[in-house]
Design a protein around this ligand. Structure first.
Ligand SMILES: [Fe+2]
Length: 242
């Protein structure tokens, strides 16, 4: 399996805060059957987490060293989770924002809660990225209030060419607030990739995909299962069209 969304790099955002923390996350990933990872630290251009290629270099090399030192069967790539800010389009335009493994794909995070009349702004923002010749993976759409209040937006974004990444945790924990919308998206076919969005070494947001894979076996045919846990992520890494 491949995880395209996680926060395992040491001390670059609110994920891992130590080398040991990163190592523990890498080991959890291996134990759950993950073989390739795109590290996606938060990036909020002009606000905080100003993560670009230069600023994450030390943490990225440190994680690569850990993989080598502990002989972990993992491939690690760079990316970021790019939050929609006033400056983020400029960061994409200038090449400062990290795409997923230097592909055309950007992992885009939208505001979790926003007034419903901002739907058009968000759609225009996504369109502006597409107009730059880029491809969009929307991170955890199940978290966005704007979508909860107007589910038709998801079809609009799909028609524009956006892909959708749903978090493992949103689907396995019935008590979480994203659960209902996450399953609504899955049931309506608006899921292209399942990822961990892991931040921690224990608790809920950890680097496992095996449990949600087992759960979705009952729901998806073999092809869809493969697409969501492997094929689509591999196409992103290789910069191929999904
Ligand atoms: Fe994230």
């Amino acid at each position: 399996m491949i995880d395209i969304h996680c926060h395992l790099l040491n001390n670059v955002d609110d994920g891992s805060q130590s080398k040991e923390w990163t190592l523990s996350m890498l080991k959890t990933a291996v134990n759950s059957g993950i073989k390739q990872i795109i590290a996606t630290p938060h990036c909020w251009p002009g606000v905080r987490y100003l993560n670009d290629r230069v600023s994450i270099e030390h943490a990225y090399l440190e994680a690569l060293d850990l993989i080598k030192e502990y002989d972990l069967p993992l491939r690690l790539y760079r990316g970021c989770e790019l939050f929609m800010t006033d400056d983020s389009l400029d960061w994409i335009k200038s090449g400062r924002a990290l795409s997923l493994n230097d592909s055309r794909y950007y992992l885009i995070e939208l505001p979790w809660t926003s007034p419903q009349d901002e739907a058009d702004d968000q759609t225009s923002y996504l369109q502006a990225i597409i107009d730059m010749g880029k491809l969009i993976v929307i991170a955890h759409p199940e978290r966005y209030s704007i979508l909860k209040n107007d589910f038709s937006l998801i079809q609009k974004w799909r028609d524009m060419g956006c892909y959708f990444q749903i978090n493992r945790t949103s689907l396995i924990n019935p008590d979480c607030w994203e659960y209902e919308l996450a399953w609504k998206l899955v049931n309506a076919g608006f899921v292209d990739i399942i990822a961990t969005d892991a931040h921690h070494t224990n608790g809920k947001r950890i680097m496992r995909l095996d449990d949600i894979y087992e759960l979705l076996k009952a729901k998806f045919d073999v092809e869809k299962l493969r697409a969501c846990f492997y094929d689509n992520a591999l196409k992103i890494i290789d910069d191929q069209l999904i």
